[in-house]
Design a protein around this ligand. Structure first.
Ligand SMILES: Cc1cc2nc3c(=O)[nH]c(=O)nc-3n(C[C@H](O)[C@H](O)[C@H](O)COP(=O)(O)OP(=O)(O)OC[C@H]3O[C@@H](n4cnc5c(N)ncnc54)[C@H](O)[C@@H]3O)c2cc1C
Length: 290
């Protein structure tokens, strides 16, 4: 029988964001922020980092906003659970990539605990919501002692498990730009079993105009130390009609662009082979929606 005993720590339970920032400024890298806890408490994070303080967000009022505003886009508060995405009409209608990431995410129990923000702050290359959020071109809003700042998701993940967040900052909101009636997006993933983390995930956002792709964002996970943009492959799509021939070039280009490794979930060779195929399927899936 296996068991896990957490190391001792002091639990901090501030009631508002100002108090969170004050405590983070006071204790800096001696604190772990606890949201849904599905990463922090499960994968030995606290054991590994051995922070003497754990700061729980559970008592904070607010940070649970999930709002779409036409012309601005979608705002996801730090405490929004993955399960909430599944019930939101604007997520379902306007952001299929994010909706499909949430549908495919773990089990109902985990989706009810896990936050979208926790997925982004975990900075894992396997994060499903992270992959969709990268394709959709979000910004992360950070609140610290010097005030608020916005970081583009393209610049947010520094390396495996490491983000641009400073020790005194709380991530308070994700902002996803608005879409038009011509925006198409989609997400797919491969896993060993449904309950497992992805061994590969892919999301796209395509700005279409009369059958031509004006702009493309392609995000792929589990093929590098953080979720990656496939910028060379995006350039093949930009300004092009998406034909069967172009899709074949995209399959080949994705395979060249990814940098996967072998791990317990898959091999580098398998990931490289399927990367292009899954990308092609996601593009076809996104275009099939109107
Ligand atoms: C059985 C199981 C299955 C899973 N399946 C999947 C899956 O299918 N797909 C997937 O992507 N993930 C999966 N996960 C991983 C996990 O559920 C997600 O990464 C989840 O989104 C993390 O959110 P959380 O609220 O639980 O974060 P926590 O565990 O509370 O925190 C995660 C990290 O983010 C930091 N953090 C959280 N919120 C903030 C904030 N507001 N500001 C600053 N830092 C913050 C924490 O300090 C910690 O470093 C699974 C986990 C388990 C246990």
């Amino acid at each position: 029988m296996s068991s896990r005993v957490l190391p001792q720590f002091d639990l901090l339970q501030p009631r508002n964001v100002a108090d969170v920032v004050a405590l983070l400024s006071q204790h800096e890298d001696q604190v772990s922020i606890l949201s849904g806890g599905t990463d922090l408490l499960v994968w030995g994070y606290i054991e590994k980092h051995k922070t003497p303080y754990v700061l729980s967000l559970s008592a904070i009022e607010g940070l649970d906003n999930l709002d779409y505003v036409a012309g601005e886009g979608l705002r996801i508060g730090a405490k929004v659970k993955v399960a909430q995405l599944l019930k939101h009409p604007d997520v379902i209608k306007r952001y299929p990539a994010l909706y499909e990431a949430a549908v495919n995410f773990a089990t109902p129990q985990i989706r009810n605990m896990a936050t979208v923000m926790g997925n982004v702050l975990r900075a894992s290359p396997a994060g499903d919501c992270s992959c969709a959020i990268l394709a959709l071109g979000a910004q992360v809003v950070l609140q610290g002692s010097a005030g608020q700042r916005l970081v583009a998701i393209d610049d947010f993940w520094v390396s495996y498990g490491v983000t641009e967040r400073k020790p005194d900052e709380l991530a308070v909101e994700l902002r996803i730009p608005d879409v038009t009636s011509e925006t198409r997006s989609g997400f797919q993933r491969l896993t060993r079993v449904h309950e497992d983390l992805s061994k590969l995930n892919v999301a796209v956002r395509l700005e279409m105009e009369q059958g031509t792709c004006k702009q493309a964002r392609i995000a792929m996970g589990c093929v590098g130390p953080t979720p990656l943009r496939l910028k060379k492959t995006e350039r093949l799509l930009t300004g092009a009609k998406i034909t069967a021939e172009l899709l074949q070039q995209i399959v080949a280009s994705a395979r060249e662009e990814v940098t996967p490794i072998d791990d317990q979930r898959s091999t580098a060779e398998y990931r490289r082979q399927v990367s292009g195929v899954i990308l092609k399927r996601v593009i076809e899936q996104a275009l099939a929606k109107s």
